[in-house]
Design a binder for this molecule. Structure first.
Ligand SMILES: Nc1nc2c(ncn2[C@@H]2O[C@H](COP(=O)(O)OP(=O)(O)OP(=O)(O)O)[C@@H](O)[C@H]2O)c(=O)[nH]1
Ligand SMILES: [Mg+2]
Length: 272
């Protein structure tokens, strides 16, 4: 159902940027969304990172339960990867990065260099801005904000290369495709937004029913299309003839979920 046609040229270009710049860096920072760290983890990241140290950054950790984020850190550690959880909106969790970075060998006479990679919209540029201590890289709550590579100085000890988000040509598992769609990693124009929102409602009804009823003052029912209509009514979204504007409701729900307005929600758990 998440039948998507990528822009292979654009994705290939970013992979080329990563490969070409790898020799210049001391570490690779992979940013994932803490709400779905597996679905937003680049499947061939270890190949891509080659011999460079890989650190997995669980970003948007403010939007998941603490225990679950901790579970993910253990999960990545069992796979031999260092990871940390951060909130790049409010600069939380960055101390651990200092500790990890201290252990990485670097060439003398120049700052430590890292390349920041990840799927679209996970917060790569926001993360870099927190380290750089200013708004250097452009950010925004939709995929495809960063267009080309960009080196940013973070103090005089750290240099980071921002890159555009990458995805892979074919998403095999439907659950992964849906999670990427829920989290805004896939351009809205490429999706059946109403269908995606119905699948998000189904998930929320099962795992976080109160998140929907609290935000939209709707009665949880078993029926996702009915819920979407109720959301439209709650917001006063109507189209000609007085029918509920479910497309507008779908877009609103997805945007608000992505922005964390429905509270702390994990789309997947480490045991799964
Ligand atoms: N709640 C929360 N929101 C965040 C966090 N980090 C980033 N965001 C928001 O997520 C959205 C995407 O952030 P960007 O930094 O532009 O993401 P990106 O990975 O650089 O995106 P592309 O360049 O498009 O691939 C923005 O609306 C940010 O404000 C975080 O830790 N917590
Ligand atoms: Mg960016």
């Amino acid at each position: 159902m998440v039948n998507i046609h990528w822009y292979p040229g654009h994705m290939a270009k970013t992979r080329r940027i990563i490969k070409e710049n790898l020799k210049l860096v001391d570490l690779v920072l992979e940013i994932v969304d803490a709400r779905a760290p597996k679905s937003t983890h680049i499947p061939d990241i270890l190949d891509l990172a080659g011999s460079k140290k890989l650190v997995v950054v669980l970003n948007k950790a403010d939007l998941v339960e603490d225990e679950i984020a901790e579970g993910w850190i253990k999960f990545f550690s069992r796979q031999g990867m260092d990871s940390l959880k951060v909130d790049s909106r409010r600069r939380v969790g960055f101390k651990k990065l200092d500790d990890i970075v201290k252990t990485i060998p670097r060439q003398t006479g120049r700052p430590l260099r890292g390349i920041v990679v990840g799927v679209p919209n996970v917060g790569k540029s926001s993360f870099i801005n927190q380290i750089a201590g200013k708004k250097s890289a452009k950010t925004g709550n939709k995929p495809g904000i960063t267009r080309g590579k960009m080196w940013l100085k973070a103090g005089d000890k750290f240099e980071l290369l921002d890159t555009p988000g990458i995805l892979w040509p074919k998403i095999e598992e439907e659950r992964v495709g849906l999670n990427l769609a829920f989290l805004g990693c896939i351009k809205e124009e490429l999706l059946d937004v109403e269908e995606v929102s119905l699948r998000l409602i189904e998930f929320l009804l099962k795992k976080y029913p109160e998140a929907l009823s609290n935000r939209y003052k709707v009665e949880p029912t078993e029926d996702a299309p009915v819920m979407l209509e109720q959301i439209a009514k709650n917001r006063g979204f109507v189209i000609a003839g007085g029918r509920p504007d479910t497309l507008r409701a779908a877009k609103t729900l997805l945007k608000e979920f992505q922005d964390g307005k429905l509270g702390k929600i994990s789309l997947e758990e480490p045991e799964e």
